[in-house]
Design a protein around this ligand. Structure first.
Ligand code: PLP
Length: 459
């Protein structure tokens, strides 16, 4: 087989700014060892997120020029609506400025004290919006998904038995919604199988609980189904995506992921009454129902991006490029989540830094080390992001301590990725010198965005 190449050529470039290790030591200290507080001009390869960081295509930029900025009834909205209806089969489409705006609206309506939202794994903003409403978010991930080193094809699957047990225990009337996140961002970018979605649908139907898809990476998940699930080899990714949504009652979406847009999102659903409630809130917080929080030009870019992302040459390259970095790290003995996920490489920080206990945030310590060594910015997905405190203010750690290196779509070349692998391997060879961290300042919700930390110096 021939080498897989980037299925695009580059028309416009952005310079990278190089700095020295000495400069980065000062930068990291000034950023309180929190990668979110580093200025992006001080980052050489930015793998903080794949959100809103995609390179848009020439077609999308053409769409930007075509965007119609009418307040009400813009043709750009109808283009947007039609693209989403065609791909998802969901009839009612509500634009929002990004995924969490969809979540805020949905959970303001369905949430509230005493309610439980069940999921394979809730993403951090989804969980925060659920908890902010007073409700509780429950992750019921399959067993394989909890073990980074175990290779299984669909580690994003929901634990169907645990789901039924939970429903019986808490009562279906207290569970307004089940949410399947595809792919499972917080759990390693791992896909969910069609069979699992069908099984969850069956249980939801039996107990009369609606099922929503957190669809941020629906195309990547659909491609995994094509290459990993029996019976789908010869089905187009577009048809797979349509089938996936057919089992749902609705979805939330961040267009900053699998729509190649720099901003945007939407809610889509079948229930007219729920949609009306959502639109009522939308007008207060986002805008008129034909633009949500977006400009007409954004609606055009999203509509085009949603179709481009279903191109199988693109998805083949995308999934393969994540596997390429994963393989290089595995070869060097670096502990990474296996198999490779859809949008990011996840380093198992607990295994990488066994000398740092979880209450000293090994993931965050590793994020700092990668920045110092090579100017690479990743993000901790572990106890800084998901940790809680018990009544004695002792950390209740997250299940996994991961460092996510999210790969922006269509942005970095293979030699950039080779550089990333070199830096990680270099850090791995000197891992004993990395120190744990302690938090000096934190917020109540989504603390990882703004928390300040400092290294723990052994006396
Ligand atoms: C990014 C993301 C969201 C939130 O979307 P934003 O556009 O960042 O607000 C929700 N769920 C998942 C799985 C995500 O990856």
């Amino acid at each position: 087989m021939k080498t897989i190449i980037e299925p695009f050529r580059i028309k416009s470039v952005e310079p990278l700014y190089f700095n020295t290790k000495e400069e980065r030591i000062a930068i990291l200290e000034n950023a309180h060892y929190n990668a979110f507080l580093i200025h992006s001009k001080d980052v050489i390869i930015d793998l903080l997120t794949d959100s809103g960081t995609s390179a848009m295509s020439s077609n999308q930029w053409a769409g930007i020029m075509k965007g119609d900025e009418s307040y009400a009834g813009s043709p750009s909205f109808f283009t947007f609506e039609k693209a989403i209806q065609e791909i998802t089969g969901l009839p009612l489409v509500i634009p929002t400025h990004q995924g969490r705006a969809s979540e805020k609206i949905l959970f303001s309506i369905l949430g509230g004290k005493g309610n439980y939202f069940v999921s394979n794994t809730l993403f951090d903003t989804t969980r925060a919006n659920i908890e902010f409403s007073g409700a509780e978010g429950i992750d019921l991930l399959c067993e394989a998904g909890k073990h980074p080193a175990i290779a299984a094809p669909f580690k994003g699957n929901m634990d169907v038995e645990a789901l039924e047990k939970f429903i019986i225990e808490k009562g279906a009337e207290n569970i307004p919604l089940c949410i399947i996140t595809v792919t499972n961002n917080s759990g390693g970018g791992q896909p969910v199988s069609m069979q699992n979605i069908k099984d969850v649908r069956k249980i939801c139907t039996h107990y009369n609980i609606p099922l929503f898809i957190d669809a941020c990476r629906f195309a990547e998940n659909s491609y995994f189904i094509k290459i990993r699930e029996a019976g789908y080899e010869n089905v187009s990714v577009k048809e797979i995506a349509k089938e996936l949504f057919s089992y749902s009652d609705g979805c939330t979406m961040s267009a900053k992921k699998d729509a190649f847009a720099n901003i945007g999102g939407f809610l889509a659903m079948r229930d007219e009454k729920l949609a009306q409630k959502c639109r009522n809130l939308l007008v207060i917080t986002e805008g008129f129902p034909t633009y949500g929080g977006l400009a007409g030009r954004d609606l055009e870019a999203i509509a085009i991006g949603l179709n481009e992302v279903l191109d199988e040459n693109y998805l083949h390259y995308r999934i393969r490029s994540i596997a390429y970095l994963t393989e290089k790290l595995v070869e060097a003995g670096v502990p990474v989540m296996q198999p490779a996920g859809g949008h990011a490489v996840y380093i198992d920080a607990k295994a990488f830094l066994p000398h740092i206990p979880v209450n000293q945030y090994p993931g965050q310590a590793l994020v700092g080390a990668l920045y110092l060594e090579g100017g690479i910015r990743g993000v901790e997905i572990g106890s800084l992001m998901f940790g809680k405190y018990d009544e004695n203010k002792l950390l209740i750690p997250a299940t996994l301590e991961l460092v996510r290196l999210a790969i922006p779509r269509r942005v970095y070349t293979q030699s950039h990725i080779d550089y990333v692998a070199e830096v990680i391997i270099e850090v791995f060879q000197n891992k004993e010198s990395i120190k744990g961290l302690t938090i000096t300042d934190e917020a109540e919700f989504l603390r990882h965005f703004t928390a300040k930390l400092k290294p723990i110096c052994n006396s």
